[in-house]
Design a protein around this ligand. Structure first.
Ligand code: NAD
Ligand code: MG
Length: 389
């Protein structure tokens, strides 16, 4: 008989983490949450711990751990509470876990992801930043330990489904779809006046704030091009982007005979999460099928490369390889942080990333330490640019 897959969710209190919890609620015979981590939202982490009764919970630091233990004293059985980087590594290698969902925003999930693979766990990755930064390292480790890396990012989950069982030599292009974000039709002159609250209003998806800003600059799609390059092993020149405002087609694969396979569904992250958790099986779940007559029409446009330089910057970084994708990713993360704090303008995000990519040299075949150093150097370079004004 099939028993539920035992899953750890790193980043359980975030937008993807909450969608993973919904999947676990809807499909208890498919998914059992055995470990969770949170960072800032202690109250929500305590609620999730009470609901799912995981064996282990990881918090930001010692003081959060103490508060959480107090909250959970009445829970039976009380979970083991761990903290910090060490806590994430404990969770990633939890003996009873089979699959680790990496849903931590940014790059803090990288070391836990590598530790999980080495401990024989499969990964379901939402955190695209870790694949951009160290995709080669993650995929090589997965191959070495014969583990699966299942994509949760909707575009990559779509590509994964379209590519499965296909001969890669018959693939001409991977085509990532992109909603175009909230500024698809903006005038060039208005871009400099975009505020965080304007950029946080995404037209089709509800997500955490970092990825929502990335969706407005199109860095999200740029990062996703590099993510696809590593996950599926195609060169950057075979990876394209098309604007599709309805977010119904999640991505497409073009084959050498001219066929185009597309993956379509409701734009709800529960579906790619369910598909990664239950892989290779397909089971009925909480997402409704599409009602195509109701949707009526789908639209496609070329990206506006002149106004949104993020795609070109990402293509350059991905083609150059080495530490350049880590530099692009870290510079963007730091610039987004400064933009959200209203310290720099929206268009400065691109300018800072472009400048830092020119300032810092790329190491062609870096070690993991060199990648982490490049990440720190890029964050620091953005900070210096900001301080100089
Ligand atoms: P979010 O901001 O809503 O949640 C992030 C989670 O990470 C939270 O649980 C938070 O507590 C935790 N966290 C933050 N900083 C941390 C740190 N330094 N150490 C440990 N934990 C930390 O973000 P999200 O929207 O859920 O996105 C998570 C990841 O998934 C991102 O990489 C994003 O690009 C990717 N993703 C998200 C969506 C989406 O729909 N939200 C879609 C595709 C991919
Ligand atoms: Mg995506």
């Amino acid at each position: 008989m099939f028993s539920p897959r035992r899953v750890v969710v790193l980043g359980a209190t975030g937008s993807i983490g909450e969608s993973a919890a919904k999947v676990a609620r809807a499909l208890p015979d498919q998914m059992k949450i055995v470990g969770i981590s949170g960072y800032n939202n202690l109250k929500r982490l305590a609620e999730l711990a009470k609901e799912f009764k995981p064996s282990t919970v990881s918090t930001k630091d010692k003081s959060h751990a103490e508060q959480l233990l107090k909250e959970l004293t009445s829970s039976s059985p009380a979970p083991l509470v761990v903290e910090g980087e060490e806590g994430l590594l404990r969770l990633a290698t939890l003996p009873e876990a089979e699959l680790i969902v990496i849903a931590i925003v940014g790059t803090a999930g990288l070391k836990p992801a590598l530790a999980a693979l080495r401990a024989g766990k499969n990964l379901a990755i939402a955190s695209k930043e870790i694949l951009v930064m160290a995709g080669q390292e993650v995929m090589t480790t997965a191959r070495k330990y014969e583990r699966q890396v299942l994509p949760i990012d909707s575009e990559h989950n779509a590509l994964f489904q379209c590519l499965e069982g296909r001969d890669p030599t018959t693939v001409r292009r991977l085509i990532l779809t992109c909603s175009g974000g909230p500024f698809r039709n903006i005038e060039a002159s208005e871009l400099a006046h975009v505020t965080p609250s304007m950029a946080l209003r995404h037209p089709t998806w509800s997500m955490g704030s970092k990825i929502t800003i990335d969706s407005a600059t199109l860095f999200n799609k740029g990062l996703e091009m590099i993510e696809a390059h590593h996950l599926f092993g195609f060169p950057m020149e075979k990876i394209d982007v098309v604007i599709h405002p309805e977010s119904i087609i999640h991505s497409m694969v073009e084959f050498i005979d001219g066929s185009l396979l597309a993956h379509m569904s409701q734009n709800d992250m529960m579906l790619p999460i369910q598909s990664a958790i239950t892989y290779p099986r397909r089971v009925p779940g909480p997402c409704n099928p599409l009602n195509l007559p109701e949707i009526g029409a789908l639209h496609f446009e070329k990206p506006r490369h002149d106004l949104f330089p993020a795609l070109q910057l990402a293509r350059e970084a991905g083609t150059q390889g080495g530490t350049m994708p880590a530099i692009l990713n870290a510079a963007n993360e730091k610039a987004v942080e400064l933009f959200l704090e209203e310290k720099i303008s929206f268009t400065s995000i691109w300018n800072y990333v472009a400048t830092v990519m020119q300032q810092l040299p790329s190491i062609p075949t870096p070690t993991l330490e060199e990648i982490i150093e490049a990440d720190h150097a890029a964050r620091n370079a953005v900070l210096q640019l900001y301080k100089r004004g």
